[in-house]
Unconditional design. Structure first.
Length: 251
């Protein structure tokens, strides 16, 4: 029997921030496609257990690991625990965990800037530089950036925009560094996606929907589909790319 090109049976994956939102959708879909998936979370232990149970319900395997990426030591320890739990093998890394905190120049508190740098930039850096020591040749690194990796289309987002531009920069550098090992590295850049961080109800949501050509928020599973495609053997010639999934927002 030939396996489907999107099939991930036998692969192992680590998703950071897999307890809720886009990360949880990635865990579920990668597990559904056959991968064994470890994921980290910081605060949402109950939701993390639900993600584990959802995977088990369709015969998949997901493993929850508590690791606050804001602390480099804990980020490194989280990767080590995940790799242990995955039997020492890692094929796919999805750097998803991130926070968005907005405020105009002069108004954004320094600790808010530092938190975003810790999680969105240093968290990705320490996770990846640790994981890459065991990542299999031919493996995949998928960084969840944002449409803010391309443009900063609203005021008050210089700090978040800076962190997501940094993600795109790491992607391009690592794509070159890891090409000899046939490891691909890409940034998925979501537009507005309906999660706890960006609810699709309310006045703010209406203003966002009005400027999205497709007229709606995206759903976490739609981002997960792109992540799972990039994780598959179908995407072997895509590396160093920033791929928008934004309903046409930046068109
Ligand atoms: P959510 O707030 O819904 O979920 C965030 C996830 O990241 C949770 O599982 C959370 O776990 C985890 N997380 C947050 N901080 C930490 C930390 N310090 N250590 C470990 N895990 C952490 O966010 P989204 O799903 O919306 O966002 C996911 C990614 O997508 C982010 O990188 C975000 O910037 C990006 N993005 C989102 C968009 C959107 O519109 N939703 C648009 C563009 C990009 P816990 O609850 O356990 O702390």
């Amino acid at each position: 029997m030939t396996s489907h090109i999107l099939d991930l049976t036998g692969k192992t994956a680590l998703v950071t921030g897999g307890s809720r939102g886009i990360g949880a959708a990635c865990v579920s879909l990668l597990a559904e496609r056959g991968a064994t998936v470890a994921f980290t979370y910081a605060k949402s232990a109950e939701q993390a257990e639900e993600v584990v149970a959802r995977a088990a319900a369709f015969g998949g395997k997901a493993i929850a690991i508590s690791a606050d990426l804001a602390d480099p030591m804990k980020a490194v320890a989280g990767v080590e625990k995940a790799v242990d739990a995955l039997g020492g093998r890692l094929d796919i890394l999805v750097n998803n965990a991130g926070v968005a905190e907005h405020g105009s120049i002069g108004a954004l508190a320094n600790d808010t800037l530092e938190r975003q740098l810790d999680i969105n930039v240093r968290g990705v850096w320490y996770t990846t530089t640790t994981a890459v020591a065991v990542l299999a040749d031919g493996g995949r690194i998928i960084n969840i950036g944002s449409f803010f990796s391309e443009r900063v289309p609203f005021p008050g987002s210089s700090a978040y925009g800076m962190t997501k531009h940094a993600v795109a920069g790491m992607t391009k550098g690592w794509a070159r560094d890891l090409a000899a090992r046939k490891i691909t590295v890409n940034t998925v850049e979501p537009g507005p996606i309906a999660t706890d961080a960006n609810p699709e109800e309310g006045e703010r949501a209406k203003r966002i929907q009005a400027v999205v050509p497709l007229g709606r928020f995206g759903q976490p599973h739609e981002v997960a589909e792109l992540v799972a495609f990039l994780a598959s053997s179908a995407a072997g010639y895509i590396t160093g790319a920033n791929i928008l999934i934004d309903g046409g927002l930046l068109a």
